[in-house]
Ligand binder design. Structure first.
Ligand code: HEC
Ligand code: HEC
Ligand code: HEC
Ligand code: HEC
Ligand code: HEC
Length: 357
């Protein structure tokens, strides 16, 4: 072979490889670098280290389906549910494996099965919470009979929906993730707009980041990520103050109503500390705020009435999905409104200006 032929061959080869890479999209190395910065790769997160000091150090069966990669694959295969050693994160094989081939459904904590899922099928298995209307209702209606709403019951304790529950928000009344009051209608899945319907439409499957530029064509106020909280659709399609702000106002009103309710009904002052499990504590100095020392497990609220439990469950739900204003704002406003109104049957709540969407 002559030198010029070798050069031509090499040139052709490099053109073909470049073209192939461009056509093929990102290389595995690129994707790996993107995944590395995501929460799924964060081996120091409490979502992956919570069980490290247990004896033995295993992720229990009940937790492993979302907190352990092999546990997740077991769950999808639906053959064995068992404990798994600590130390895994959610890496490539969790979402790219034969167990998920052909899987298009997810069972939610309410027992409801969601079908017809596409590339968001893995997300829906884990970001769905662990409780729902069904489990709250079961707690306040043992033996299928509703306990008196304003009596303290020893058997009741706080119910936490769990963390980063975007799937439960997005599906709304389809999967009943929030506590839905009887005889009230709730919106179902947030039918947003084309190309922004599923988890992976908005979140990069590897970095998990949302590219705010994808919102700009329809939400004219959005230039970068910080503008997302200001999104509001008025009937005319224009933006006018953020719907996040409305959710915050409603959540604040519910919180104050909860505080008035516990004083009125139980002669107990409570505070909500969103970052400290189990979130509702006794307000020892009765100043209405979380003061030093109050947010401690031994000081947790241990007296619960059914009416308080369902309102507290819903207030906490909003905090457990930091993106609820995008995932299903109307669902949030509906259940916050209903909880506040329910408490207003017992304590005075100024609901002027509040509207149930
Ligand atoms: C096997 C369970 C599982 C699956 C499948 C899963 N997640 Fe997660 N996700 C988690 C856990 C656990 C965390 C918390 C990680 C942490 O704290 O570092 C998390 C964190 C996140 C976060 C927070 C972002 C961050 O960087 O902290 C986002 C956003 C997210 N996941 C989106 C998704 C999307 C989108 C999908 C589907 C493509 C998905 N997840 C699939 C369990 C899962
Ligand atoms: C249906 C899926 C699922 C199950 C089952 C599950 N978790 Fe989680 N859990 C998650 C997701 C998703 C997160 C991610 C939160 C985040 O991004 O920080 C999480 C977060 C956590 C965290 C970190 C909370 C924080 O404040 O950062 C702890 C601790 C935790 N879970 C404990 C448990 C325990 C204990 C069990 C079993 C009894 C369990 N989980 C079962 C999905 C699940
Ligand atoms: C939480 C689930 C999840 C994890 C973890 C994950 N992927 Fe993906 N991956 C997806 C989804 C979903 C798609 C399809 C993307 C879409 O349709 O938007 C995808 C697409 C891909 C593609 C096709 C090219 C592309 O960019 O669309 C490759 C290659 C890939 N992933 C490799 C990897 C590698 C390598 C890792 C580990 C470093 C990894 N993935 C981790 C969910 C995941
Ligand atoms: C319409 C676009 C859109 C869809 C669809 C969507 N998300 Fe989000 N999500 C967002 C935005 C925007 C945020 C807030 C991000 C920010 O500003 O930090 C967010 C926040 C989150 C968070 C909290 C992230 C954090 O850093 O705490 C998680 C977890 C999450 N989404 C997971 C999901 C999952 C799982 C699905 C599917 C069930 C989904 N999202 C569907 C746009 C979307
Ligand atoms: C193709 C157009 C389109 C794109 C792109 C789009 N949206 Fe929307 N968005 C809409 C429409 C239409 C509504 C009103 C839907 C309804 O109320 O049923 C809406 C409603 C919303 C709402 C609720 C506002 C309210 O007042 O009810 C939020 C929050 C939101 N979008 C966030 C986002 C984010 C974040 C992105 C980018 C990741 C995005 N949207 C991309 C069209 C779009």
């Amino acid at each position: 072979m002559r030198l010029s032929q070798v050069v031509t061959a090499l040139l052709l080869l490099s053109i073909v490889t470049t073209a192939y890479t461009l056509w093929r999209g990102d290389t595995v190395q690129d994707i790996n670098a993107r995944w590395e910065v995501s929460g799924h790769a964060d081996e120091t997160s409490s979502a992956f280290t919570h069980w490290d000091d247990d004896d033995p150090p295993v992720v229990p069966a009940a937790c492993a389906r979302c907190h352990s990669q092999p546990g997740f694959i077991d769950y999808i295969r639906a053959d064995v549910i068992r404990d798994h050693p600590v130390g895994s994160v959610i890496s490539c094989n969790a979402c790219h494996n034969t167990a998920l081939d052909g899987v298009t459904n997810a069972f939610f904590p309410s027992g409801v099965e969601v079908t017809g899922l596409g590339s968001e099928v893995s997300c829906m298995q884990c970001h769905q919470g662990r409780n729902s209307t069904v489990s709250v209702e079961r707690a306040i209606s043992p033996d299928n009979e509703r306990l008196p709403l304003d009596d303290v019951h020893e058997g009741l304790g706080f119910i936490n929906v769990h963390y980063n529950i975007a799937g439960a928000s997005l599906m709304g009344s389809v999967t009943m993730g929030a506590y839905q009051y009887p005889d009230r209608d709730y919106v179902g899945q947030f039918e947003h707009a084309a190309y922004v319907q599923t988890c992976t439409d908005c979140h990069d499957a590897h970095t998990l980041h949302v590219d705010a530029r994808a919102c700009a064509p329809c939400h004219l106020n959005v230039v970068d990520r910080g503008d997302i909280v200001d999104i509001r659709m008025t009937p005319g399609g224009l933006t006018d103050g953020g719907i996040r702000g409305e959710i915050d106002v409603m959540a604040e009103a519910l919180y104050r109503a909860i505080q008035d309710y516990t004083v009125e009904v139980m002669d107990t002052h409570v505070v909500y500390a969103p970052d400290t499990f189990p979130y509702f504590f006794i307000d020892l100095d009765e100043d209405g705020e979380v003061s030093p020392g109050e947010a401690a497990f031994p000081n947790r609220l241990q007296t619960w009435t059914p009416r308080l439990l369902r309102a507290a469950y819903n207030l906490n739900f909003v905090y457990r999905d930091p993106g609820i204003h995008v995932h299903n704002a109307r669902y949030a406003l509906q259940f916050l409104y209903d909880s506040t109104e329910d408490l207003s049957e017992v304590v005075p709540v100024d609901m002027t200006g509040m509207m149930r969407p």
